[in-house]
Design a protein around this ligand. Structure first.
Ligand SMILES: N[C@@H](CCC(=O)N[C@@H](CS)C(=O)NCC(=O)O)C(=O)O
Length: 311
């Protein structure tokens, strides 16, 4: 069994981002398939309520959000670097743009009627209906672009990226890949799963050659693991992550807080503050089946709030 357990599903773009990072690093990992829609009892046992996909488990440490997961993978396996100095600070900015603006154009674009059968592989209408209802509830309050809006946005975005590759560099920010390549790749990977809609990429030959290079990293080596085994592994382990505590942020170590995504799938996770920095918040919680866990989130994109029930 590998130390790294990725909880994911095949058709998830954010999971593909992490699978490609694992491939780039040449790592071996355990693969737990999670449900595509709620309910997700075995996910919630480990995360405490966070339902998004993927998440990473290292023993009793649970890492939510790919922004943090990628940093953890890079810390555990530093070579080749995922954040090369040569790619500078803009690699983070570009990755964040790709994980938000580009992603939210690529998803609605691909889910147009011509793309849907390829995404759902001939699943019966009830499955599509249940998926649509689940995602509508998860993104309540968000205004999603129409297919025409999304196609226009993608044309603009892909033009920017094509221009970036115009000097025949191999990767977006230089000769070596960096985090931005993997964040951008997930959206192109998703569109390319639906051949009738991939024509949006046709005017961008350098971008098409680039995505082939990124996808060639593959996914590393992985073995399937049932979720019950992942829960048992968490129960048998103790947290090993050391997260410093910055007491200038208005919280006390051990205080009960909730951590909630600020964009969508706003399910709060409650626990006692274990670590807090400008980059990360870690909370300790108990689960009946999984035992004592530490659940980690990035600081960007999450609200940390004193819990109403805190004493
Ligand atoms: N900011 C999050 C976004 C993750 C995300 O939105 N994942 C999608 C799947 S690609 C999701 O959670 N969909 C709902 C679900 O799987 O339950 C990250 O980087 O991990």
């Amino acid at each position: 069994m590998s130390d790294l357990i990725l909880h994911h599903y095949a058709g998830s773009p954010f999971s593909e981002k992490v699978r490609l990072v694992l491939g780039f690093k040449g790592l071996t990992w355990s693969s737990v398939t999670v449900p595509v829609i709620l309910p997700k009892p075995d996910v919630v046992a480990l995360t405490g309520g966070y339902r998004r996909t993927p998440f990473l488990q290292v023993g009793a440490d649970i890492y939510c959000d790919t922004a943090l997961m990628c940093r953890v993978i890079d810390r555990m396996a530093p070579t080749p670097p995922l954040y090369p100095d040569a790619a500078g600070g803009m690699q983070h900015v570009l990755a964040q743009w790709a994980d938000t603006a580009l992603f939210w154009a690529a998803i609605p674009y691909t889910m147009q009627p011509a793309g849907l059968p390829h995404i759902f592989g001939g699943a019966p209408p009830e499955v599509l209906k249940a998926f649509a209802a689940d995602r509508a509830a998860m993104t309540a309050g968000m205004r999603r672009p129409t297919t025409a809006d999304a196609a226009a946005q993608l044309h603009g975005y892909f033009g920017w990226l094509e221009q970036q590759l115009a000097d025949s560099r191999l990767f977006l920010l230089g000769a070596a890949p960096c985090i931005a390549d993997f964040s951008v790749a997930q959206s192109l990977w998703y569109i390319r799963r639906a051949p009738p809609v991939t024509h949006v990429l046709s005017p961008f030959p350098k971008l098409l050659a680039w995505i082939e290079r990124v996808q060639a990293f593959g996914h590393g080596r992985h073995e399937t693991m049932p979720s019950s085994e992942a829960i048992a592994a968490a129960r048998a382990a103790q947290t090993t992550a050391v997260v410093p505590f910055d007491d200038r942020q208005g919280f006390a170590r051990g205080e009960e807080v909730t951590v909630t995504p600020t964009d969508y799938a706003q399910d709060p996770v409650t626990g006692r503050l274990h670590g807090l920095t400008h980059d990360e918040v870690a909370i300790a919680r108990e689960d009946e089946r999984a035992g004592r866990l530490v659940v980690h989130f990035p600081r960007i994109g999450y609200q940390v709030k004193k819990s109403d029930t805190a004493k």
